[in-house]
Design a protein around this ligand. Sequence first.
Ligand code: UDX
Length: 478
Amino acid sequence: MLQPVSAPVSPEGPVLQAAADTWGSVMEQIRSKQARIAVVGMGHVGLPTALGLAAQGWRVFGVDSYLPLISLLQAGKAPFYELGLEGLLLEYLGKGFFPLDNLNQAIREATVVFLCVGTPQKSSGEADLSQVETAARAIAQNLNGYKLIIEKSTVPAITAQWIDRTIRRFARNEQQGKVTVDFDVASNPEFLQEGVALQSIRQPDRVVCGVDSERARAILEEIYGSLRCPLLITGLSTAEIIKHAANSFLSMKISFINMVADLCDSIGADVSQVAEGIGMDPRIGRRFLQAGIGFGGYCFPKDLRAFIFLAQEYGVDFSLLKEVEAINQRRVELFVKKVRSALWVLRDKTIAALGLAFKPGTDDTRESPSLRVVNALLQEGATLRAHDPKAMPLLPKAPPPGAGHLTYCDSPYAAAAGAQALLILTDWPDYRRLDWQRIHREMDLPLLVDGRNLLDPETMSRLGFEYISVGRPKAGAR
Ligand code: UDX
């Protein structure tokens, strides 16, 4: 249950006293949803967040400095595939949701500013926070009244303190050298999963808010109060660490089960049943124990490296996580080895690859293990016939020079035509429902290597395939 809102903390000093007088009206505007919200960064987190808020009755500016992206949104087109997103955009465009490329204007008109800008990684693994800093400086220059700045981007601990310090530095009144307006910074890490982003926003498992003032807490409780989930209020750095720790822990679960899969492969045991058996223990849980070619995407690999880097910065040797990353890196090599030992020479072999996105439900191929497999096979001179239900239009048309041939196919059946092996690289549920007899007929050799354990070994074997998966015995070998 949400805690009752306590009285606002009285801001310090004579200059800030004026802000205290207006606090009542700020809260009044928040309660009546008259206050405007700016969401800065219209990517995979920002856009669903902005539309989710608009659907709750807020008036939201969706801000991005990339003009073509804003033009696309203004035309009612979603810039990436996400179930239900375009429908929601069309429903709220110009009603509760206003795409804007003018950050200064959005900040001036808003009382609450969500920062959802990118935090890409540097070569060291450290998070690049330059977009966060740019936004903080813009906020400083447009502080025309009380504002709550909420960081939603995944950032290392103490970033909120840096945002606060940056705004104070750049908002100094030139005559008196004092900050003349009032603001708070909060951390509200986002746990949404791509592909089910809107569901993650409407029905989250929990909402975590890191605050260091009662005012920030009061506003966040108003924004999230209607959700039926636990609201955990913590300090700022704690909230920041929760996000990195959650993603690192889930990555660790995946690497753990992938190692168990390797052992199962050697011994002839079944990793899916091991996952089921250990997952029935509520202390472990069944989710994120799907063995395969490893994790990818914009978050897990990057956040894991950023967390390792952060620990190192503070003198903590988090070698456990270094191993999680190393295990994940090896998944693709091991899978390619599996394909090689089934096909022998890869040069000039025709291989169908089903699935290019880093997971089903998205067209996102960032750090996709599927693409790493495809590239490794191309480098060995194989001819690839690839299919993905959503990701193909966004991919480069030609393979790197010197590599084998790559063709994108309209359907899995077209990809299978004449292939000597078919690989499942992304676990799109639609692939489970394919006409596998037809695929069998299309293929030159019926070899199926399932990198996601999507299909049933017995069924595939009955259909005449030589079926190889990850950590599961071949049919009849149990
Ligand atoms: C992740 C977190 O789940 C989310 O809470 C956070 O906000 C952002 O990062 P996302 O990147 O959308 O979300 O993908 P997720 O569903 O977590 O999958 C990540 C990767 O792990 C995918 O490549 C997926 O295929 C892989 N995975 C997932 C496995 O290999 N096995 C599993 O059991 C689960």
